[in-house]
Design a protein around this ligand. Structure first.
Ligand SMILES: Cc1cc2nc3c(=O)[nH]c(=O)nc-3n(C[C@H](O)[C@H](O)[C@H](O)COP(=O)(O)OP(=O)(O)OC[C@H]3O[C@@H](n4cnc5c(N)ncnc54)[C@H](O)[C@@H]3O)c2cc1C
Length: 385
């Protein structure tokens, strides 16, 4: 279904999509229920994802990546999310929130040291901006970095970190000079394993994306050298915001994948389930739900891939990425709700997958900037224009 909708994908992008689709069907789908019900981190998928280039989708070949474009990245995330939203966010946080800032702001030394291990899946990456008291208002960082000769001493706690419990590398944001507000924020590349003063908290017990491990990360007198600073001192906020611009395209694609799952399951169910002597798909109410879901999914994908195309073309894409994320995430929750409605009572129990789609879709309205924040970002761009 929906194969005719290809947004003019190039030959290479089509091949990537088919590869991701086949992989998601053969390797990701069989694990999806276990991932959700047992809050299982699908570790065994990492080497397989890496062998297809999905742990370093847009990382250049020179650093061991697949060197594909951002449209391809979006397509991969959608196909993974179609089968398992947890798997898709493990991949998207790793690629867009950890690899991308190192690629965009790292020194040659940092890129050579970290990107090959990240792109090969030997290392898993995470991005630590949020804190217990600081989410949407990300400029108000309290985790501190204090310069001591050629080292930095880091103290503080980061909250809700996707991949946190499993991560080897963390792109970390800290406040050095609060008097400069957002211009006083630094960014570091932190090696997580066996690093004195770095510890992760318990895995969060979440509503959805249950196999995507989330935890806080604590830094207690953690020492790092100057060579771990990403960008210049004070660049942290700029790095965080530009990273999130790209990340939001991935979250939009994740939302599209979840919504597509709701639609495809609903189309199948509506043709099988009978009421009043005929398949429920014969009723116009059900057809209306299906038609609305289909229109909105295609519209969301268009927004997401249009933003990705702009990113690939090197033109500004912040507003487009925020619009894609806002529209796609709200669309996804709505499609999941309609999917449950189409399934009737069976939509409300775990025997079918549609209730999972609702739980998984909801987070796309929250992380990488809530819907309220996306609206602020979009309006901010328009008022600037
Ligand atoms: C499962 C999960 C994974 C996550 N992964 C990561 C990660 O990998 N890295 C990371 O750094 N963070 C991560 N986060 C954190 C996430 O980005 C934040 O939860 C999100 O940005 C919202 O921040 P908050 O929870 O502090 O809510 P708050 O900022 O406290 O917001 C609460 C409510 O107030 C609204 N609000 C706040 N400010 C405004 C405003 N100015 N105008 C209108 N409404 C406003 C919000 O939209 C929201 O509805 C994750 C969160 C979750 C739940």
């Amino acid at each position: 279904m929906l194969d005719s909708f290809d947004f003019d994908l190039s030959e290479e992008q089509r091949l990537v999509r088919q590869t991701a689709k086949d992989f998601a069907a053969s390797e990701v789908a069989p694990l999806a229920r276990k991932v959700d019900h047992e809050h299982y981190f699908p570790k065994e998928l990492i080497p397989k994802l890496s062998s297809l280039g999905f742990m370093g989708v847009f990382t250049p070949e020179a650093y061991g990546g697949a060197e594909l474009d951002y449209v391809s990245y979006g397509v991969v995330v959608e196909e993974l999310a179609r089968m398992c939203a947890s798997t898709s966010v493990i991949v998207s946080a790793h690629n867009s929130l950890c690899i991308w800032p190192i690629l965009a702001f790292g020194t040659e030394e940092q890129k050579k040291k970290y990107l090959p291990k990240l792109a090969s899946g030997e290392y898993l990456g995470c991005f630590a901006l949020s804190e217990p008291g600081t989410g949407s208002d990300a400029a108000r960082q309290t985790c501190s970095s204090v310069k001591e000769g050629t080292s930095w001493r880091i103290n503080g706690v980061k909250n809700w970190i996707t991949n946190g419990p499993e991560a080897d590398i963390c792109v970390l944001f800290t406040m050095e000079k609060p008097e400069l507000k957002h211009k006083g924020i630094n960014c570091f590349i932190i090696e997580m394993k066996n690093h004195e003063g770095v510890s992760t908290g318990k895995k969060e017990d979440k509503l959805g994306i249950c196999g995507s491990p989330t935890s806080n990360i604590s830094f207690e007198d953690t020492l790092v050298g100057d060579e771990q600073l990403l960008g210049a001192p004070g660049d942290g906020f700029k790095i965080a915001m530009s990273t999130l611009d790209g990340g939001r395209i991935g979250i939009a694609c994740q939302a599209v994948g979840i919504a597509r799952a709701a639609l495809e399951d609903s189309v199948a169910y509506a043709q099988e389930r009978k009421a009043f002597g005929q398949p429920i798909g014969k009723f116009q109410s059900i057809q209306n739900y299906i038609a609305d879901m289909s229109c909105r999914i295609d519209a969301a994908r268009l927004l997401a891939l249009a933003a990705a195309k702009r990113k690939d073309a090197g033109v500004p894409y912040g507003r487009e990425a925020a619009q894609a994320k806002l529209f796609a995430s709200e669309m996804s929750v709505d499609c999941a709700l309609k999917g449950i409605q189409i399934h009737g009572g069976y939509g409300y129990v775990k025997e079918f997958n549609v209730e999972r789609y609702l739980r998984d879709a909801k987070i796309t309205e929250i992380y990488e900037g809530t819907s309220e924040i996306q609206r602020l970002v979009i309006a901010g761009h328009l008022f600037k224009a």
